[in-house]
Design a protein around this ligand. Sequence first.
Ligand code: BYC
Length: 336
Amino acid sequence: MYTQAMDTLGKDAEDRKPVRSAEQAMLEARFDARIDDGAFIEAKDWMPDHYRKTLVRQISQHAHSEIVGMLPEGNWISRAPTLKRKAILLAKVQDEGGHGLYLYAAAETLGTSRDEMLYALHTGKAKYSSIFNYPTLTWADVGAIGWLVDGAAIMNQVPICRCSYAPYARAMVRICREESFHQRQGFESLLTMMQHGTEAQKAMVQDAVDRWWWPSVMMFGPPDDQSPNSAQSMRWGIKRISNDELRQKFVDAAVEQAKVLGVTLPDPDLKWNEERQHHDFGAIDWDEFWNVIAGNGPCNRERIAARVKAWDDGAWVREAALAHAEKQQQRFKEAA
Ligand code: BYC
C-alpha cells in the first residue's frame, strides 16, 4: 500500500521526448563528470530520469514529513502550560509548515505539481517519516520531539545542504537554521522540567524519552546493507553520509546531552566503545519500523485522515485564490 511513487512525474515523464541512446550516453557522461567535480545541478540542467525521480521521491517525502509532523505537536498548542511555551510551540509548528512549502517548491522545479504530490500522500502512495506515526501523550512529548526528533532531523539534514541538486540544497540551508532552534527549545523545555519540576514532571520527561528514543533512532532509515536507494543516491551526491553513519553520530551526541538533562536512554546495551571511539547500542526493532512505514503504526490512519480533512476544508481557499488570479489576469488584459 505504501510503495513509494516513483511515477509521480506521471504524464510529464511520458510526454518527455525520448533521447537517442548515443546522445543519452554523452549527456549522462557529462552529467556524471559534473557530479564528480562537485558541481550543483540546477532545474534547467539536463539530468537522468532516475536522478529526477529519486529527487522527487525524497524531496516530496521530506515535504510530507514536515506537514504531517505539524500534527503531533499541534495537538498540544491549546494545552501548553504557559503563554511563553504556547507562543514558542505555535512558532515552531508554523515553521514546519514553512519547511513543507520550501520543499514542495523545490520538488516542483523537477516538473511534478504540488497537487500530484499531495494526491500521492492522501492516497497512501507516498511515504512520510515513520516518526510522526507515534502519539504525543503528555506535554513532555513536545520537548522530547524537539530534542530527539529535531535533533535526528538536523543530523540527517545538514549534509543535504550540500546535496547536488541546488534548489533542494538551498531550501535545506534555511530549514537547518530553524531546526537548530527547534532542537534547542525542546532541550531547554525538558531541562526546565528536570531542574525545576516536581517529581511527577521529572517522571513525565523520562517516560517521554523512553517512548521517543527508539523511533528517533529508526528515523535514519534501514541499515546501510538493507537500504536499496543509498548506493545510487550517494553516487549522485543526493545523500552525503550513510544512514548508519548518521545514526551513530546522533547516538553519540544524544548520550552526552542525556547526561546534562539527567535522563537515562532506554537501552541497556548502550556503552562507550574505546576502540571504535563511538557508543555501541542495542538491536533496533526493524520489524516495528517496517510495520510503521507499511501504514500500521499507532497513528498512521489518524495522520492521513487529518491531512485529507485539511485539504478538503481548504478547497474554498484554493478556489477563491484561483478566481482572484483569473480576475486579475482579465483586468490586466483589458488594461493592455
Ligand atoms: N520513515 O533506501 P532507503 C522533521 C524508506 S521532518 C519512512 O535508505 P533513502 C520534522 C525510504 O523512503 C524530517 N520511510 O531510502 C518535521 C525507502 O522507501 P522508498 C524528515 C523511510 O531515501 C516536523 C525505504 O525506506 N526528514 O524534521 O535513501 C516536526 C528504504 O530506505 C524512513 C527527511 O525526510 C523513515 N524514517 O533514505 C519536527 C530527510 N527511512 O522511498 C521535525 C530527507 C527510510 O524506496 N530524506 N524510509 O519506497 C532522507 O534523507 C532519506 O530519504 C532517508 C531514507 C534517510 C529518510
